[in-house]
Design a protein around this ligand. Structure first.
Ligand SMILES: Cc1cn([C@H]2C[C@H](O)[C@@H](COP(=O)(O)OP(=O)(O)O[C@H]3O[C@H](C)C(=O)[C@H](O)[C@H]3O)O2)c(=O)[nH]c1=O
Length: 170
């Protein structure tokens, strides 16, 4: 209930800036990336196959650019595990667990992605997800995954961006 004193903030981050709470959806996680200041600018390692946190063999990489305010459909994959990395602009990634056999079925999460605090957001198969470009400029991301895209039989199932089914808005 809202009182005249307002609603107190819960803890959202730890003193080191990491998330204070685990993700609600089983299997959703992030890998922190690190910017290195160089003589000429900034350098960021995006992915190394010798990282122990990496649980896929990367086999397909796409670069996608979203227009300012652009939004994708809700979609999910049967086989591929998306590894999403924002490389320009600010992107809101919204996730909803549609896996009937999941212990967190119905749960939702939000991950904000941008180059200021780079990360890999990992989306397991079966988890509905959609992206919104929250910045006023084009926003780009890489999707690194483990199943080469099949043009004749795409591993994509969709709901409209404004579907009333998810418990959370894109
Ligand atoms: C993924 C892909 C797509 N395409 C073609 C097929 C369509 O004509 C067009 C757009 O693809 P799609 O409608 O799948 O794009 P989004 O809905 O933005 O979704 C994409 O970005 C989100 C975050 C995802 O997780 C998907 O894996 C990825 O498909 O590019 C290709 O030619 N090659 C490819 O590898």
């Amino acid at each position: 209930m809202t009182s005249r004193t307002g609603v107190k903030d819960p803890q959202s981050v730890r003193p080191d800036g990491s998330r204070a709470t685990p993700f609600a959806i089983a299997g959703v996680r992030t890998i922190a990336l690190h910017n290195v200041l160089t003589r000429s600018g900034v350098l960021t390692e995006i992915l190394r196959t010798d990282w122990p946190e990496l649980s896929i063999a990367p086999r397909h990489v796409i670069l996608a650019t979203m227009n300012p305010g652009g939004i994708t459909d809700w979609h999910r994959h049967r086989m591929q595990t998306d590894h999403l990395v924002a490389i320009g602009g600010t992107i809101k990634l919204v996730l909803w667990d549609g896996r009937e056999d999941s212990p967190t079925h119905g749960a939702a999460d939000v991950i904000r992605m941008g180059v200021m605090r780079p990360l890999i957001a990992i989306v397991p198969p079966g988890v509905w997800h959609g992206l919104r470009n929250e910045s006023g400029v084009p926003a780009s991301y890489l999707n690194i995954n483990d199943v080469p895209y099949d043009h004749a039989d795409p591993d994509n199932h969709r709901l409209p961006a404004d579907s009333p089914l998810p418990p959370i808005a894109l």
